[in-house]
Design a protein around this ligand. Sequence first.
Ligand code: FAD
Length: 439
Amino acid sequence: MTTVWWVRRDARLADNPALLAAQEDGPAAAVFVWNRGVHLWSGRRRAHLARVLWSLKEDIGGALGVRRGEAADAVLAIAREHDARVVVAAREGSPAGIGAQDAVASALAADGRELRLVGTPYAVAPGRVRKSDGSEYRVFTPFSHAWREHGWPSPAAHADPEAFVPVESDVDLDERAAHADAEDPLTARHEFREERVREAWEGYVDGPLARYAEERDRPDLDSTSHLSVPLAYGQIHPRTVLAATAAMPGEGPRKLEAELAWRDFHADVLFRHPRAQRESLTTVLPDDSWTTGRDADQAFMAWRDGRTGFPLVDAGMRELAATGTMHNRVRMVVASFLVKDLHLPWQRGADHFRRALLDYDHAQNQLNWQWVAGTGRDAAPFFRIFNPAAQASRYDPERRYIERWVAEVDTPAYPAPMVDHAAERAAALADHKRARAGA
Ligand code: FAD
């Protein structure tokens, strides 16, 4: 009997419980739904997705079907075409992910079929880490202790690449992937084949991971794992990563585990508080403190285009535009600058990141923006305002990162700072004080 595997953020054969479940009673029919949401992504992100799917398709002998439309219609159509009573998929915890899986479940149930949710893209499923009274952890450190204690299953077996039935597609991946290569050679540096992602991770374990704790904040050094892109598309499961780090002594592996705990923490917060995707969880500024109108648009465009006159901010925004990623330390600096120096709402920055980031992950993006803005669960206190010049001296001491992205930084062509950081910092703190007095 054929079972449908609805591919979501889990385009891989290794350690994939949903896929293993779909292959339990015979070959699976694999389908990815290229829905309307994908059309809102940047061309670069869509192209990377096309390459990831192209690679998965190749790995399973061309059997993957990629269908246009909404998940409920497309998955039901495949289930009917293949006479499948059961569809298996990984469980999502974001509002859109839950919406899609509920819609698919209802469409299938109305047709006498069933959706089974098996596994998640996280080490521990959102909502599972709780205090003894069942309530949520509001602070990261106790969450991370409970997360470690909860533990996670060992990586599951490798799926059978031959146990698939061919599914017809109406999206041409060859064309989309090839188009992307020609158009955007810089992003071709991101690995899109599952096997190479794993090899890159193994190389990282044998090399830079040992230096990760000391160097992870340095954008001028290439010491971070670059796992965020494959994690976002599910070409590697965090459990696979944690199984490798668990066997290693030292600060580097412990620090990387802590970062994966942050990933699960943010997913947990979004799962428990769906409104956090758009609304601040805590109010830290009065409504009248934001820059508005034309000034806001001009400030936003200077930030977006890397023309603020603050070299570290501009380097980060240009790295994002050129590659679709940005170093974590620099993400914090540019986000703080948008909210606390330009007085623009975090949602505006988060929307830009959504369009531009290759590693876009709804929970990580929205909740990291809230962390920097001081509005999230266990966020940085509002008064922690990054000083872009001090951050640059500390984390890019020889200005190698800045010079890589802002070649004209020491020439008259480079703009003067668009604001006075000290004055904007004081204004933000005064606004915050007003909000607290009114609270
Ligand atoms: P490493 O330092 O090697 O970390 C290993 C893994 O741990 C990462 O791949 C990621 O999965 C996780 N991780 C690391 N830092 C964080 C963090 N602060 N929060 C949650 N998980 C973390 N990450 C995304 O994956 N997608 C996003 O859309 C995203 N948006 C962000 C927006 C802002 C404003 C900020 C400040 C951070 C954002 N991050 C996001 C988190 C972080 O910047 C990236 O995960 C990291 O830079 C990716 O590089 P890496 O894989 O080499 O990280």
